[in-house]
Design a protein around this ligand. Structure first.
Ligand code: SAM
Length: 260
């Protein structure tokens, strides 16, 4: 069966990487594992060995006969787009203890997949996903580096993220053009208390044009409102968003809201 480029099908063939991913999923028999895009089952068969509850979402109907072989009384294979899945209903049908989510994803839907999980508001123990290496660098970037972006702060708000390993493109068949990394996300315990929608709108505004200063991105009037907070932190007027920490962004956001 030919791999479908349109569905991001680069199948894992390296046993060490598969084992690395599976080892992250320390699920017991009363836990639930969700797999996004199980494909030909490279990761699936080792996940099923854990004897946990399992739900796999695979969009390609041609792969379903291969995956159906894994089905048992604790395993469900859904021929469904993960992005339109009703996660809450699906997991509520299972009487599980902890939830783990795992996937070697098609890279063009990495962010929509994370957003789908965030928006569903489900609680999970760990989310372990393969992403393009450059994207991993952006997700985990430190303040003051060129990769530090809106998405870095969006993820930092919800999760603690760590890199499990880098993955060579030769670990896949067919070989993709890009290098990859496996990331592990767990839910952050002490999130800042803000109106999430307004906070993320503010961050989007601050990072609107990367080359511009914060002042140019938020406009003169709004910049005036936050200027004194910046000055009190010893920050110059020509600062760019990529130089501002999460802690300071929250202070700037609160200052703006105070004035509204
Ligand atoms: N997990 C397998 C592996 O590691 O070999 C396959 C990985 S492959 C990179 C991505 C898989 O996701 C493919 O099987 C593809 O058909 C499936 N897929 C693509 N878009 C999907 C979606 N929206 N929902 C569920 N599965 C999807």
């Amino acid at each position: 069966m030919k791999a479908k480029k349109s569905l991001g099908q680069n199948f894992l063939i390296d046993e060490n990487i598969i084992n690395n991913i599976v080892e992250q999923i320390n699920a017991n028999e009363d836990d639930l594992i969700i797999e996004i895009g199980p494909g030909r089952g490279a990761i699936t068969k080792k996940l099923i060995d854990k004897k946990s509850y399992y739900i796999g979402y695979e969009l390609d109907n041609e792969l379903i006969p291969i995956l159906k072989k894994f089905e048992n009384n604790k395993t469900i294979i859904k021929n469904q787009d993960f992005l339109t899945s009703d996660l809450i209903t699906d997991i509520n049908n299972v009487n599980y203890n902890k939830l783990f989510i795992v996937g070697n994803l098609p890279y063009y839907i990495t962010t929509p997949i994370i957003e789908h999980i965030v928006n569903s508001k489900i609680k999970f123990e760990k989310l372990v996903i393969m992403v393009q290496k450059e994207v991993a660098d952006r997700f985990m970037a430190s303040c003051g580096t060129k990769n530090y972006s809106y998405m870095t702060l969006y993820l930092k708000y919800y999760f603690d993220v760590f890199k499990v390993c880098d993955v060579s493109k030769f670990c896949f068949n067919p070989v993709p053009k890009v290098e990859s990394s496996v990331l592990s996300f767990s839910i952050r315990k002490n999130r800042p208390r803000v109106d999430e929608k307004l906070y993320f709108d503010f961050l989007k505004e601050c990072f609107k044009q990367k080359r511009k200063t914060l002042k140019n991105n938020v406009g003169n009037i709004r910049f005036k409102m936050i200027k004194k907070v910046l000055i009190s932190h010893g920050i110059l007027e020509n600062v760019r968003a990529e130089e501002i920490s999460e802690e300071l962004f929250i202070k700037l956001f609160n200052e703006l809201n105070k004035s509204n």
